[in-house]
Design a protein around this ligand. Structure first.
Ligand SMILES: Cc1cc2nc3c(=O)[nH]c(=O)nc-3n(C[C@H](O)[C@H](O)[C@H](O)COP(=O)(O)OP(=O)(O)OC[C@H]3O[C@@H](n4cnc5c(N)ncnc54)[C@H](O)[C@@H]3O)c2cc1C
Ligand SMILES: NC(=O)c1ccc[n+]([C@@H]2O[C@H](COP(=O)([O-])OP(=O)(O)OC[C@H]3O[C@@H](n4cnc5c(N)ncnc54)[C@H](OP(=O)(O)O)[C@@H]3O)[C@@H](O)[C@H]2O)c1
Length: 444
């Protein structure tokens, strides 16, 4: 029987498990599956963990999420086609839930699917090498500190790419008397109440960590962008300036002449695609982009078609895109989808990469990734979902953010699965200090 390894049980790994389970429900014979997960539970980044650095077994902490993290896009844009929010919660809920609520939703689908039996928790994949048509895989059970070696015909890499921080260096860091950290280690904005916070970056972490600090009472928040500013209408107490030049004592000196006193420097400088467990020839080498090269349909490793990657793209679409990828990979493994010649594979990759490199604004990027999702699902039996509506929601969301970065999370969107519209939340995002699921779902 074909043996398949899945590395990681975050949203991508879970989509993969669900895809196989759904084939089995329809009477298909599925391969022998082993899913390795280094944490003691599934859900990937959606598990909050107070720890930073290493865990109790000396393994790196995967988590990059923090307290008070709310969805930064409408939940309707990431809804599973085969498991709606209405089905999970038994009623429509507002459009921008906090982390715990989204985690509950992601896990709800797999908990009802009898797939936990495939997952080996507390087990880190340490090494994978190609061998014959398949792969040798070595994994460590962290609790017992024992190793296992297995042979697999197919390997699916789903370890995420927002966990290993990219940490730049600036002059003066060594002698700065305050705290320097990467957003990967950011856990609780309360820590920075009444502090002068400087944030580097101009993407989603920079935006959200800044807003968190503002919301929970930082004295000032100064964001240093490198290439392009985010350009939102920041509230009083927040500003965006151009690029950090150096640090002198407790002062941040920016290239546009701004001098800012700071107590803490938070590097929202992104993450590395990091695969220390893969042999060199199998490693995807890319920065965070919408179409990493060498992956046919964004998932099949060009140089060895028995290796697959899930979720390695920069992401507008998330959970339903991961599903689309998982369904596609499943059907390649089950021989329902036949791969074309290596020449055609290469041409197809080139076509997408060229288009990606010509994209000029977020709206074109949304179009691009939506087209990618539509292209993937057309060859599978992934249930119908209205990607055109999702695209329109993303457009509106972009406009909402441009209109008011403090209120965009108070808007409502309609479900591409059930059509129901998210009700208004009882408290606006800016005033909602308690992000627990209990409070969020209450109707007070
Ligand atoms: C701060 C932050 C906020 C985000 N907020 C949102 C949001 O609001 N909405 C949204 O849609 N997306 C958000 N994302 C994007 C997020 O990446 C995806 O939602 C999703 O978690 C990606 O799933 P994944 O399975 O690819 O990766 P992950 O969630 O990272 O899961 C990977 C899994 O692989 C395991 N693993 C890693 N290495 C190994 C190994 N060697 N052996 C065994 N197991 C291993 C990890 O423990 C983990 O469980 C956010 C990301 C970050 C960093
Ligand atoms: N739910 C939420 O609210 C939430 C919150 C945080 C993050 N997220 C998610 O987390 C994921 C990762 O986002 P991310 O922002 O961490 O990574 P990212 O999107 O890859 O962005 C990395 C940023 O780092 C900047 N950068 C890199 N080196 C720098 C340097 N030396 N100095 C200054 N800036 C530098 C880049 O700037 P250039 O553009 O100049 O290269 C870019 O703005 C995304 O999927 C996002 O949706 C979600």
């Amino acid at each position: 029987m074909t043996k398949v390894a899945i590395i990681g049980s975050g949203p991508c790994g879970l989509s993969m498990l669900r895809a196989f389970q759904q084939a089995e429900v329809k009477g298909k014979k599925i391969p022998e599956i082993t899913c390795y997960e280094k944490q003691d539970t599934w859900g990937g980044l959606w598990n909050y963990n107070w720890r930073t650095g290493t865990d109790q077994y000396g393994d790196t902490v995967h988590n990059s999420m923090y307290r008070y993290l709310w969805s930064n896009g409408p939940k309707e844009c990431l809804e599973f086609a085969d498991y709606s929010f209405d089905e999970h919660f038994g009623k429509p809920i507002p459009s921008f839930p906090p982390r715990e609520v989204l985690r509950d939703y992601i896990l709800g689908r797999v908990e009802r699917s009898d797939v936990k039996k495939y997952v080996k928790f507390n087990t880190t994949v340490e090494y994978v090498e190609a061998s014959g048509e398949g792969f040798n895989l070595m994994a460590r059970n962290k609790k017992n500190n024992t190793y296992e070696n297995n042979y697999f015909d197919k390997v699916i890499v789903a370890n995420g790419h927002f966990s290993v921080p990219f940490v730049p260096e600036y002059e003066g860091m060594d002698s700065f008397p305050g705290r320097i950290m990467h957003s990967h280690d950011f856990r609780d904005a309360e820590e920075f109440r009444d502090k002068n916070v400087v944030i580097l970056g101009s993407s989603y972490s920079a935006e959200d960590v800044s807003l968190q600090c503002y919301k929970y009472g930082a004295k000032t928040v100064t964001i240093g962008y490198r290439n392009n500013p985010m350009g939102f209408n920041w509230p009083e107490g927040m500003k965006e300036v151009h690029y950090l030049d150096r640090i002198d004592g407790n002062k941040a000196l920016f290239k546009d002449g701004t001098v800012q006193e700071m107590d803490v420097l938070i590097l929202c400088s992104g993450y590395l695609h990091h695969f220390p467990f893969l042999e060199e020839d199998l490693k995807l080498k890319t920065h965070n982009r919408l179409y990493p090269p060498s992956l046919y349909k964004g998932v099949v490793w060009e140089n060895n078609n028995n290796l697959f990657y899930l979720g390695m793209q920069d992401q507008f679409h998330t959970f339903n895109m991961f599903d689309a990828q998982a369904w596609f990979v499943r059907d390649v493994i089950l021989n329902k989808i036949n791969l074309p010649s290596s020449e055609k594979i290469s041409q197809d990759i080139d076509k997408w990469v060229k288009r990606e490199e010509s994209l000029e604004d977020p709206y074109q990027m949304i179009d691009f990734q939506t087209d990618y999702c539509v292209d993937l699902v057309k060859d599978t039996d992934y249930p119908k979902i209205d990607f055109e509506l999702i695209k329109k929601h993303f457009y509106d969301w972009e406009h909402d953010k441009e209109d008011n970065i403090l209120t965009y999370r108070d808007k409502s969107f309609s479900s591409p699965v059930t059509g129901s519209v998210g009700p208004s939340h009882h408290t606006t995002w800016l005033k909602a200090m308690d992000d627990s699921m209990k409070t969020y779902l209450s109707t007070k």
